[in-house]
Write a protein that binds this ligand. Structure first.
Ligand code: AMP
Ligand code: ZN
Length: 489
């Protein structure tokens, strides 16, 4: 049974889906006006892993994550560049998708965009006005009447009266036309140089919160299983989404609310506005996306994570050990005539699995299986990726000490499959050199051959020079009993 910490109830609850075998989840996505930073990548990686684990457990997941493509920041950037706002948002949606791919984040089932869902927003706002939860001010702004929603504050566990004192201090334009300082905008009139849409109230554009209520309803239904995002979204964004959706649809909006803690730098939230950020692209210049992914999953998603070069380096080393183990298995399987890389990889594994295992190996299998059980227990416990990854690590250690060139292909194939399956739940790929092009591989192989020839001719200076040259290019050679192996540093 999967257990989830629900922000709404502040405790871990058994996950019971609305429809058996199915999960509908909505994750608030980025506002697209710039390259995403690694703080934005945290919820993406975390909830992609949650999705993968549900699928591993046999659920069919409908995963919806939006792009906010209308917003002040997008409009400001468009005006700076003298282009349409859509040019900016489309550009950064594409860039975001590239980053996602590098981090092995699977595309959502649907990636809705706010500007394409305006009709649905107008409809929901209309309904809220009709049933008294919203009102139109003199200039055509539509406000949500916060006090009309009795449960307001239930997610963030805030008390309306305390909130009011805080909010009063904010000087917001249009504040004077609100019935109550707590009311928030659903629709606002256009300003010069801004994109706008026709509506029954004025030409204008939506407030931020309404898009998620509408898109979630359209793609997942009135009540969804899981709603997720970074913890900064609990208030006001998610609180406002609940107020809108529940007042419009008259039913529970989301059954489980999941929020990731911040990615910090020097113990402060990494954010665009503070300027203390690294873009995903900055990190990808120096590291494989897998390293960043491993780094993010090495702590539980509800614990803050402090970014530092040292931690990323240590993620790289740890990931390297997992990848090396897989590489070693592949190497031995290939030697045993069952290649699991290149074309027909699956066939190699199948052939190996069909072969016979020794009795001693059979007897060892439950030991190996215990790591999978530990992995699942950790993931069942509110997606504890930190513990799941340590189980994966234990499995690697176990494989390293129990597999040798004398192992049967069937034994190695079984272990390889287990390693690959668990790594895949974390979105970790075992092919270290997945981005390595064939030219480089051919070059390295040729250099290795040249080095072997130099050694044979007892020209050790030349052999060492070749090794050093490869090292300078980030290629490490390893002399093993089975021959020379190589890997990226
Ligand atoms: P934004 O583009 O600011 O709306 O953020 C998109 C997503 O990234 C939201 O789920 C935010 O909660 C999340 N997010 C932004 N900054 C951080 C951070 N430093 N750590 C973790 N999550 C963040
Ligand atoms: Zn949202």
């Amino acid at each position: 049974m999967i257990r989830i910490y629900n922000t709404m109830t502040k405790r871990k609850e058994d996950f019971v889906p609305l429809r058996e075998g199915k999960v509908g989840m909505y994750v608030c996505g980025p506002t697209v006006y710039n390259l995403i930073h690694i703080g934005n990548a945290r919820p993406m990686i975390v909830f992609d892993t949650v999705r993968r684990y549900f699928e591993y457990r046999g659920y069919e997941v409908n995963f919806v994550s939006n792009f906010t493509d209308v917003d002040d920041k997008i409009i400001n950037k468009a005006n700076e560049e003298g282009v349409d706002a859509s040019v900016i948002s489309e550009r950064y949606i594409e860039e975001c998708k590239k980053d996602m791919q590098a981090l092995n984040i699977r595309p959502a089932t649907t990636h809705p965009q706010a500007t394409r869902e305006i009709d649905g927003m107008i409809e929901m706002i209309g309904k809220l006005i009709e049933n008294g939860h919203a009102y139109v001010a003199k200039d055509g702004t539509v406000y949500y009447r916060t006090r009309s929603f009795r449960d307001y504050g239930k997610l963030s566990h805030k008390d309306l009266d305390n909130m009011q004192t805080g909010l009063r201090m904010l000087a917001v334009t249009g504040e004077d036309q609100k019935e109550d300082p707590l009311d928030f905008v659903l629709w606002k009139p256009k300003k010069e140089g801004e994109p706008y849409w026709e509506s029954p109230w004025c030409q204008g554009r939506p407030g931020w919160h309404i898009e998620c209520s509408v898109m979630s309803k359209r793609y997942l239904g009135d009540t969804i299983d899981i709603h997720a995002g970074g913890e900064d979204l609990i208030f006001p964004h998610h609180e406002n989404e609940i107020a809108q959706s529940e007042a419009a649809n008259c039913c529970t909006f989301a059954r489980y609310w999941m929020h990731n803690a911040f990615l910090n730098i020097d113990n402060r939230k990494m954010s665009k506005s503070l300027g203390n950020f690294f873009t995903v692209r900055d990190i990808l210049d120096q590291y494989d996306g897998q390293v960043l992914r491993y780094f993010m999953l090495s702590v539980h998603y509800r614990s803050p994570l402090n970014f530092s070069k040292e931690l990323v380096e240590s993620a790289r080393t740890s990931l390297g050990r997992i990848v090396n183990c897989a590489e070693n298995l592949r190497f031995l399987l290939e030697k045993a005539g069952c290649p699991v890389t290149g074309e027909g990889a699956g066939a190699g594994l199948q052939a190996a699995a069909a072969a016979a295992m020794t009795d001693e190996e059979q007897a060892l299998l439950p030991e190996a299986d215990a790591f999978r059980v530990r992995f699942e227990e950790a993931m069942d416990d509110d997606f504890n990726t930190a513990d799941a990854i340590s189980a994966l690590f234990e499995l690697v250690k176990w494989i390293n000490s129990h597999v040798s060139e004398n192992s049967s292909a069937a034994f190695m194939a079984g272990l390889y499959e287990e390693l690959r399956t668990l790594a895949d739940v974390c979105g970790l790929l075992l092919e270290q050199d997945k981005d390595l092009d064939e030219d480089l591989a051919a070059y390295v192989e040729a250099q290795i051959a040249a080095r072997q020839a130099a050694r044979k001719a007892r020209d050790f200076a030349k052999a060492d020079a070749i090794r050093d040259e490869l090292k300078a290019k980030g290629i490490i050679l390893e002399d093993t009993r089975e021959g020379v192996k190589w890997k990226k540093a």
